[in-house]
Design a binder for this molecule. Structure first.
Ligand SMILES: [Zn+2]
Length: 198
């Protein structure tokens, strides 16, 4: 039985690396997969999913208007893999759920659970609601605890607490932190977090 999977994590937990490993495993068995990433993310150029470990694969881009209906996808697919799944709309998550259950096509989504203010992304909230299989990918805060949240940091290394959920083309960076550090005022002091997740 095909399922909709959601693999969620904070920043830099290796989501893209894990996705590319799954794509490789399918390809090695001669099975076709289709990869998608958000058009909004220019981090690795358009239409590429890349891992910080140095591997990459071409990917189709999705935006809010993309439909994930079976007839719009490539034929003979064994799996659909979606990176940056937090940027899906609730309707798209519904389409992906139906792809799994009506068309028998497994869909594996990778994405952030919450934004820099601790609020849910639309895609993640829908996936947490509908995904048949949820798994948290673990990463570590600079203090050693498990990181489950994200801080936004400006180009001077100062924490940003206000702003749009998605910044396009800005100089901000993100750091995965544990909840204790998320709520601590000095969480992004360079002395306390020496660039581990910069
Ligand atoms: Zn911490």
């Amino acid at each position: 039985m095909a399922k909709l999977y959601f693999r969620y994590a904070a920043m830099n937990a290796g989501k893209s690396t894990a996705l590319l490993q799954v794509a490789h495993n399918y390809a090695e068995r001669g099975m076709r997969v289709m990869l998608f990433t958000a058009a909004i993310d220019g981090r690795s150029g358009f239409g590429v999913i890349s891992s910080r470990l140095g591997i990459e694969r071409p990917a189709s881009l999705f935006g809010p208007g993309t439909s994930f209906l079976r007839e719009l996808l490539e034929p003979d697919l064994s799996c659909v893999l979606i990176d940056e799944a937090q940027f899906l709309t609730a309707l798209q998550v519904r389409q992906l759920h139906r792809l799994a259950h009506e068309d028998g096509l497994p869909v594996i989504c990778y994405g952030l659970r919450s934004d820099f203010q601790g609020e849910g992304f639309a895609g993640s909230l829908a996936l947490l609601c509908l995904a048949d299989d949820l798994e948290e990918m673990k990463t570590i805060c600079a203090c050693g605890r498990k990181a489950s949240m994200n801080l936004r940091i400006d180009h001077k290394g100062i924490r940003v607490r206000e702003g749009a959920q998605i910044e396009i083309g800005g100089n901000e960076r993100y750091r995965a932190v544990c909840p204790s550090c998320f709520y601590a005022d000095d969480a992004v002091s360079p002395d306390k977090a020496p660039g581990l997740f910069g």
